[in-house]
Design a protein around this ligand. Sequence first.
Ligand SMILES: [Zn+2]
Length: 273
Amino acid sequence: MGRERQERLYRVDAIVLKRKEIGEADRLLTCFTRDQGKMTLIAKGIRKPASRKAGHLELFTHSRCLVARARTWDIITQAEAVNVYLPLREDLIRTSYAYYCAELLDRLTEEQDEQQEMFDLFLETMERLCQAAELRIPTRYYELRLLDLAGFRPELFNCLACGEEIQPTTNYFHYAGGGILCERCGVEVVGSRRVSLPALKILRYIQTRPYSALKALQLRENVHAEVEDILYHYMTYMLEQNLKSARFLRLLREQIRGMGEPADAERPAIGAT
Ligand SMILES: [Zn+2]
């Protein structure tokens, strides 16, 4: 019995993306794990007042878990929080951004598809959302890195249609094609939208620089809005076959907007290449 029990158990390093109450006192958790990618695990009895697991399996909490194999959902038998990212719980705007990031990760991945870099990216992003004064830059960085890791890296340097190098003028973004069309090709393609030069520069800058290089980035409000809009629509386009998730992202985005952005006066846009 003892040995059999040992073999049925395994450890995971996990972060809780989503949770759902089931049964009398249980919770079904969508977790992203370091070694096994996304998994659905069950935490039994977690809603009982005396549960020792409760504080360790909150949303966005990074925990070390001991899990028992089971027929339907594997069962979390023990959990110990590594980081609870407290500011994400205490500040509603930070909470909304974390929800948005978790939702994207959930929608862009399949179960049991190991993605260690995504796991690390998500943890780093939660840390940044706890600390940063301006939450939009870490979120845009997260979106572009996540797109890379999920295999949807947008082409920002050469025209999707003619292959020519993109010139410093107003170009077009084509969602279905996944990138930029030059001034000449873009006008003729249905479903492409204009991209201003500052917005394209910022997209390229974020796509090709480490996060440490972005800390000093200060954008005009209209550039912030344009970059956010392009990435949001690109992701919505990719998730379109799953209309529910696209709608969910839209609701989250409206919620974030409704709460307002941190005060940010007009500042000169930095010149990025
Ligand atoms: Zn072209």
